[in-house]
Design a protein around this ligand. Sequence first.
Ligand SMILES: [Zn+2]
Length: 267
Amino acid sequence: MRAKNRISNSSTVRVFFLESFIMVRQIWEQYLSSAPEQWREYVVMCPCGHQLRVRLCDYIDAAVSPDLKEDLLQNRLNRIRCDECGRDAPVEKKFIYCDVQQLFIAQCYPVNDLSHWPHYEQQLTDTLRKVGNAENEGQMCRLVFGQEALREKVRIRNAGLDDAAVEILKAAYYSQSDFQTYHLQAVWFSGIDSEKKALNMTVADRFTSKAELTYQYPVADYAEPMKSVLNDVENPLRIVTRGVFISLDKLLTRTDFGIRWPVTVQQ
Ligand SMILES: [Zn+2]
């Protein structure tokens, strides 16, 4: 399995550390046009019109800062608290997440940039090729749009699952309904149950992220739907399983939805 979460030996970790260091720098130069820094000050406009000066995180190295990883997972990272209207909201921004121990690196764009995914996927693929990292087995390099998508990839990596198989599982949920459902609801992998027998999936309101229902899928069978997709050359879902942007959004982007996330940093 591509995204297998194995115990990495130390030399693999060392190589990944060097590659990811080069990669992070390259990604940084491309899209932040500044030297890599963990925290920077930004001016953010609250939807109420009030301008806030906030320190936001640009980069998490999970091995060095496990507390920041936890903040990200608990949705405590990069939030504004407006002293004018009292709003407490997450800020969507460009972001790099790197976990050397898990051989995992992710480049995150604001969710509102989703329509540009073909361009960003090509860009990241080119960067990975440049540092010779494109096809190294056991490593996971991903493009994501939005903090929620990043959190999901981190949970998937922690659980040792194949993210492509998880995306195809979500397709099964939508196939029971229609496009309107995709417009309104997002399905997220939220973790493995305590006995490690089932994947917990959460269906949430796409705009508010509020959970609406949860369901489970047996761990033992979770990759079966993907296998049948890959065995069917005509199946349009195959595109979801390829490249560095592994997401159902490749088929059904949210651009037509008219949803704009309220707080976004433009860099
Ligand atoms: Zn405000």
